[in-house]
Design a protein around this ligand. Structure first.
Ligand SMILES: [Zn+2]
Ligand SMILES: [Zn+2]
Length: 319
């Protein structure tokens, strides 16, 4: 894979079960070059692929947080539409126990392989995309078995060109120095640490899914560049639905502060909020850098340090 210069967060579904007006069911994505990592697959998530022009044959990894239907309603329609559009590449789907049952009955209709991984333990880590991306999953306290995910790219080491030129290392020797940490030239050892100009920390994005405030997730999400957290209700509206296993906007932002997130994206809003006005007023004093998820918003996280964020909005005309 060519070098990653940024991660893009593509926002689409900012609602929960009751998708109304501006709020689609949960479905957002991370984009690393041409690779797409889907965060839940609510109803109409195939529309997201059309609007963001993600293509039906992109390398695709889908992470389902839990099996409330608002988080997977769009999964089978998405796979079927890809099949009709001629996809051949495999799709990788990850999620809690029970996910396989939802996808399996549909597989014989598809023209491409689907690999389903169910996470059975409370937490774990694995690597994707040529070891460039590590993924942690952590069980989330919700009204059924649920997971939160933390995505982190490998750090980048920038080398000092002047020192490299002085040492007269060939391109092959430079590659070996970067890969192995050591290269021998004319009997002289050259160590990577002597050529490091800057270490750019990996980009870290944490996604809560549906959850009560979760300190286990918070510990793993420490120092995230972007925290995407559910914020179903304001605390003041909580009394009507105190049984819900969700997080209030206030608690989501408290958690963001504790983990020192650089930017927070709030999502999974109750359909009772026709717009974000009340939510924005409540957020104002709690955390300085909050984005309210909405259809068509893109957050570009540049692989630089200090980190740079660019926010853009794509046109939703005709959509
Ligand atoms: Zn939900
Ligand atoms: Zn749920």
């Amino acid at each position: 894979m060519s070098e990653i210069s940024m991660i893009r967060i593509l926002l689409w579904g900012a609602g929960g079960s009751v998708a109304q007006g501006r709020l689609e069911q949960p479905c957002n994505a991370l984009q690393l070059n041409e690779k797409i990592i889907l965060l839940d697959a609510g109803e109409h998530c195939q529309k997201m692929f059309e609007v963001f022009r993600l293509g039906s044959n992109s390398p695709l990894y889908i992470f389902i947080s839990h099996l409330h239907s608002d988080h997977y309603n769009g999964l089978n329609p998405l796979l079927e539409s890809f099949s009709l559009l001629g996809r051949r590449r495999p799709v990788y789907i990850y999620g809690p126990f029970g996910l396989r049952r939802i996808v399996m009955h549909n597989l014989e209709k598809l023209n491409f392989p689907v690999h389903v991984t169910e996470f059975l333990s409370e937490e774990g880590t694995f690597h994707l995309i040529e070891n460039i991306l590590s993924i942690r999953y952590v069980s989330a306290p919700h009204s059924l078995n649920a997971l939160s995910y933390i995505f982190e790219t490998k750090e980048k080491i920038r080398l000092d060109e002047e020192k490299l030129n002085t040492a007269k290392l060939s391109p092959i020797q430079r590659k070996k120095l970067t890969q192995d940490g050591l290269v021998i030239k004319d009997g002289i050892p050259y160590e990577l640490k002597d050529f490091v100009k800057q270490v750019v920390p990996g980009i870290k994005v944490a996604y809560s899914g549906d959850t009560l405030p979760n300190f286990r997730f918070a510990a793993k999400a420490l120092d995230s560049d972007v925290l995407i957290h559910e914020a179903t209700l304001l605390k003041s509206d909580w009394y009507e639905k105190p049984y819900m296993a969700h997080t209030s906007l206030e608690d989501a932002l408290n958690l963001a502060r504790k983990i020192r997130a650089k930017l927070v994206v709030l999502t999974h809003f109750s359909s009772r909020y026709r717009d974000n006005d009340k939510l924005e007023i409540a957020a104002r004093t709690l955390f300085p850098r909050v984005i309210f998820a909405e259809k068509g918003l893109i957050i570009n996280i540049l692989f630089k340090y200090p980190r740079i964020f660019h926010v853009e909005r794509i046109s939703l005309l005709n959509n």
